[in-house]
Design a binder for this molecule. Structure first.
Ligand SMILES: Nc1ncnc2c1ncn2[C@@H]1O[C@H](COP(=O)(O)OP(=O)(O)O)[C@@H](O)[C@H]1O
Ligand SMILES: O=C(CO)[C@@H](O)[C@H](O)COP(=O)(O)O
Length: 533
């Protein structure tokens, strides 16, 4: 496809935890436009911190659904002001933070179908949601519902064999069960339940968009092998749930043309197609064009580690999702809640709030931190399930503080040792040729990536822009147009820019971190034994 002033464009949106982002890719796969809306600073009326509200129980975490709607109004206006020619957009797709749920009030489908192009989405969708504060992935308030679901499915492992994961608090089915039990009226008033991804697709489609197989795998409801809702899980979750969810579709599916609202208000072409939206991690896998054998480390609000899998091997730790670009494959994912926000806290306390000084602390301290190891679980961690901060001296004695520079290195080394330990437990092994592909906001920090390379003892690569979920969504939009004819994602994207090498392990890294990993594993066991009831 030749790129030129009138060449086609493909848009990829990402509704992530802290912001809405977009990229436009042209027919030659060049990124020609990028934009974003930061929720906290650009939409202060919603009073979020890091895009969310943490409730007083410290377990419930929600985001205002209208904040996402208003962010879409805002980003499209910014794109228009920047001169983006929407009539060139041939297809669009997108992603959302995973697991979060949106509850459309009865009648909302009619509103979506009859949107007035002279008004904003925010003006018209004010009363379209039966729940104004959507539960999001940081929520950990549905433990009871998780226990119930595991019992109903025949145990945690059995549930993992069906849905790819044992029951997790943030997984959508458990959030739906909690809503149905604690706020029956809101549940009753909903005519449709979307994930953040399919909610965003619905706005573009002017109708309810189907949940895709890949993001649908993060609900504890989808049978990842048959790719249909699991009867046993639906029944254990809430009555008549299949009607509220609609049927899931392949992640490559074209859902339909963009709604006439966008044609009339922004000048989109009537033939612009909406390709199924998916989760932000699956979209990142597409954006980095992950290959079997690679390991991806995303350093967004959450830290995640994910791999391409041929065959699912569900376990009690980690998640298996349907693959977003190849319907026969899968992906494995580990999620860590104490990622960027914990790094920001330590940056503020030990580096005067400056990433420059934070990076300098990493440069000024030796690999292995002279034996000091730290665990920084500011909030209840997902992998493993534990909360609290623990610091150990070289003799494994717990100590109450480190000097600021040692604290910075202990945090970053501790985080990456944990990512490696749990990835290896998932069956991953670092072999010659392994590439670590880094993405997310913190992947712009070279010193952090050097520690990542050292701890994993593998070269680290990044793509040009730190938001691979957006880029992946642009790529998926392009692929979606030809996927039905059998064209593979890798063939269609074969000319996309390759990830670039940004860090290689230092000579002593292997010796230092193989040793340290063993200590880290023992200390993590000790913390788990001491802190779990
Ligand atoms: N130079 C930097 N060094 C380390 N972390 C950074 C740097 N710049 C941004 N970040 C981190 O990136 C995070 C946002 O990452 P991003 O991938 O955009 O998040 P999300 O997609 O979840 O909204 C911020 O919380 C911030 O801590
Ligand atoms: O819960 C998970 C994955 O299981 C998180 O990774 C969310 O998908 C949030 O993503 P970011 O906003 O941190 O990228």
């Amino acid at each position: 496809m030749a790129a030129g002033p009138l060449s086609p464009l493909f848009l990829g949106f990402d509704f992530s935890t802290q912001q809405l982002k977009v990229v436009a890719v042209d027919g030659d796969l060049n990124v020609v436009h990028q934009n974003n809306v930061q929720f906290d600073s650009e939409l202060p009326e919603f009073r979020t911190q890091g895009g969310v509200h943490i409730h007083t129980d410290k377990l419930t975490v929600t985001s205002p659904v209208l904040m996402w709607v208003k962010a879409l109004d805002l980003i499209l206006d910014k794109m228009k002001r920047a001169g983006l020619d929407f009539s060139r957009v041939r297809a669009l797709s997108g992603s959302g933070q995973q697991h979060g749920s949106v509850y459309w009030r009865t009648g909302a489908s009619e509103t979506l179908k009859t949107l007035d192009p002279d008004q904003t989405l925010n003006q018209q969708l004010q009363s379209s949601f039966s729940v104004s504060d959507s539960p999001v992935w940081m929520d950990s308030s549905s433990t009871q519902q998780c226990q119930h679901l595991e019992r109903a499915a025949g145990g945690a492992l059995r549930l993992a064999e069906i849905t790819g994961s044992r029951a997790y608090e943030r997984f959508t089915g458990n959030q739906i069960a909690k809503l149905q039990q604690t706020k029956p009226n809101e549940f009753q008033n909903a005519e449709r339940i979307s994930l953040v991804s399919s909610f965003a697709a619905s706005l573009f489609l002017g109708d309810y968009a189907a949940i895709d197989y890949s993001d649908g795998s993060g609900m504890n409801l989808l049978d990842i092998r048959t790719r249909t809702w699991s009867e046993v899980c639906l029944e254990a979750t809430a009555p008549h749930l299949d009607r509220l969810l609609g049927s899931p579709v392949p992640s490559t599916a074209v859902l339909g043309p963009v709604s006439s609202y966008f044609v009339q208000r922004y000048g989109f072409s009537e033939s612009c197609r909406v390709v199924a939206f998916t989760g932000d991690n699956p979209a990142s896998l597409a954006g980095m064009r992950l290959k079997q054998g690679d390991i991806a480390v995303s350093l967004g609000t959450s830290d995640t580690v994910f791999l391409w899998l041929r065959q699912p091997r569900p376990a009690l730790e980690g998640h298996i999702f349907c693959n977003p670009v190849d319907w026969e494959a899968y992906m494995a994912l580990l999620c860590f809640k104490n990622g960027s926000l914990t790094r920001e806290r330590i940056r503020n306390e030990c580096a005067e709030g400056s990433w420059e000084l934070f990076s300098a602390a990493l440069r000024d301290t030796p690999l292995g931190n002279n034996g000091h190891i730290g665990f920084f679980f500011d909030v209840m961690e997902i992998t493993p399930s534990v909360v609290g901060v623990h610091r150990f001296d070289p003799e494994d004695r717990e100590v109450s503080s480190f000097s600021p520079h040692v604290e910075v290195r202990a945090l970053v080394e501790g985080q990456f040792l944990s990512r490696r330990l749990h990835a290896e437990r998932l069956g991953y092994s670092i072999i010659p040729g392994t590439r670590v592909l880094a993405t997310g906001g913190a992947s712009s920090n070279r010193e952090i990536l050097q520690v990542l390379s050292d701890v994993f003892n593998a070269p680290v690569y990044t793509i040009d822009l730190s938001n691979s979920a957006c880029l992946g969504s642009g790529y998926r939009a392009l692929h979606g147009l030809v996927a039905e004819s059998g064209a593979s994602f890798s063939d269609v994207l074969k000319d996309a820019p390759e990830p670039q090498l940004v860090a290689t392990p230092q000579p002593t890294a292997q010796e230092v971190y193989n040793q340290m990993l063993k200590r880290y594993a023992q200390l993590e066991d000790r913390i788990l034994k001491e802190t779990r009831p």
